[in-house]
Design a protein around this ligand. Sequence first.
Ligand code: ARG
Length: 266
Amino acid sequence: MNSRKIVSLSLAVIVLATMLAACSGSATRAAPTSAPETKPFVVASDASFPPMEYVDETKAIVGFDIDMMNAVAAAMGFKVEYKNTAWDGIFAGLEGAAYDAVLSAVTVTDERKQKYDFSEPYVNAGQIVVVRTDETAITGDKTLAGKLVGAQIGTTGAFAVQKIEGAKLKEYDTIDLAMLDLLNKNVDAVVVDTPVAANYVLASENFKGKLKLVGTPFTEEYYGVLVRKGDPTGFLPKFNEGLKKIKADGTYDKIYAKWIGVSPAK
Ligand code: ARG
């Protein structure tokens, strides 16, 4: 082997080694030079809860929560990536760090606060009773004894029904299945967050005109975004500051009017 051949051979070895190192580096972790700010916050949402979050005809996740979060992200200069996630298991996924936050019309409760950290509350949304339009005996939460009542499993709606003496709870994976069963007379009523109840009764293609709200909201509840205890990704201060900004500049009110209709209780 002459010296030229040796030089070109060793060059080839160096190039190959460099390429291999580059490959294995990118396979294990992102280049350390990429700024952490550009990495999107991964947010899980059970997109089956209109108008808060649902999948539209174009298969996009839309709703109040999405518009609000996008506005907050724009105001604060961070990126968000949404992960459609079944409600049953959405908290477990957060604990397993499958995503950074849950944005899913989640009610802030004392029980949940023991396990997770919440943002500032962003919507007032108590439970309300939904019945078929021809229903006369059920006039609100006080008239549910002896009745079969549908709710989404593991939600504050289901917890509220469990507390009503004499009411029997039937649980569903998603709220639209409960509404369908109500329409088909398999349950007598459904209990769910007021914005969602109002959406089914007033705006839903399949349900409007066939269902009605009775009584007034009978729990006091607020939605919050939740993260793992200690907020390891530093999300909450950014979200809370952004929420303040979009409330101050009128963006929040516009989003509220668009999706929930009535102007937000101040
Ligand atoms: N607010 C209720 C709760 O936190 C129901 C939330 C259900 N959200 C959903 N996207 N399915 O228990």
